[in-house]
Design a protein around this ligand. Sequence first.
Ligand code: PMP
Length: 404
Amino acid sequence: MVFDVQAARAEFPILQRQVHGKPLIYLDSAASAQKPRAVIEAMTRAMENSYANVHRGLHTLANETTDAYEAVRRKVADFIGADEKEVVYTKGGTEAVNLVAQGLGMSLSPGDEIVLTEMEHHANIVPWHFLRERKGVVLKFAPVTDEGVLDLEAYQGLLTDRTRVVAVSHMSNVLGTINPVTDITRMAHEAGAVVLIDGCQGIVHKPVDVKAIDADFYVFSGHKLYGPTGIGILYGKAEQLAKLPPYQGGGEMIGTVSIDEISYADPPHRFEAGTPPILEVIGLGAAIDWLAGQDRYAIAHHEAELYRHVRERLNGANWLKVIGDAPDKGAILSFTVEGAHAHDVAQILDRYGVAVRAGTHCAEPLMRRFGVTSSARASFALYNTQEEADAFVDALLKTQAFFA
Ligand code: PMP
């Protein structure tokens, strides 16, 4: 299982860049990944050759664009093991969670319970808080151990006959922890709850089969999957989408409209009001095609090796606190450096050409759980090399020396 990282790297034009006179070492892919030439070219090609609004024209360009746009739905469906009618385009992972939360929220009553975890991104917390504020539902957060692992027993203990929804991340954007989403889903279903999995990070890490997980909803963003921003996917089981009220109203999501009444289109179009992100959908299709040509298990192995190498080199650094050391985790290193603010660490690393993120990572409950106000985060992607991992560690050692 060998992954040709140099061949893959060559597909990403931005990686040729220099930052402060140093080669760019991009370790912020968990926030947004860089794009291969295939994605850039597919979007440019569409704009240059075949672009119009979808669904509503009888002219050639409108038909070509509609075909290209709907073909991506089939591609996404194949990519995650779904039916194309179960694939809804959104503008990102965040919008997909909001769409589900608002729809399910319509039929929730005061005292109904929603179970989340302490490691959720705000995108999978705030939409449910809206339901606490507006509907009087109760939010419960399953705890995370010191190692950064979800406490499954405690999670099970939170499930009651009032649990209506369980919403859990597949992989934490801070800890890197990969959650046993199939078990989590089974337990939630036994309690009669509907399950949403936030796959924004998880789907990047490993191939996903939504039918094997059996969750009712699975959401992700295009831009972390080497595709463009402005496009997200909501997978919903056909029977769940059929029950879900529409999210936004406008063109394309209706059956008929009259002065007195309206009827809705069938899913997935019922949830896609207005002109959709056409070019972004085409870009996502190109990203999926590109990824399909790679050995994704070899990529996962490559990324795990980078993480292992960095951890090994930093072993024994008593000035370093690593947040999240689960046995099953993706290549994300969240850390604090003694005596230095995470923002300062990130800024100094930037002087060495190393791009990392610093802050709360939109996960304030998790930060509080680990007793920190912020952390720095290096996230590794398929295009990162062992040399880059070493350059990151060298730059981090110099950064620490600066503050010591
Ligand atoms: N969930 C997780 C785990 C994430 O990492 C992110 C992106 N940081 C989101 C949700 C939100 O995705 P987006 O900002 O693309 O809508």
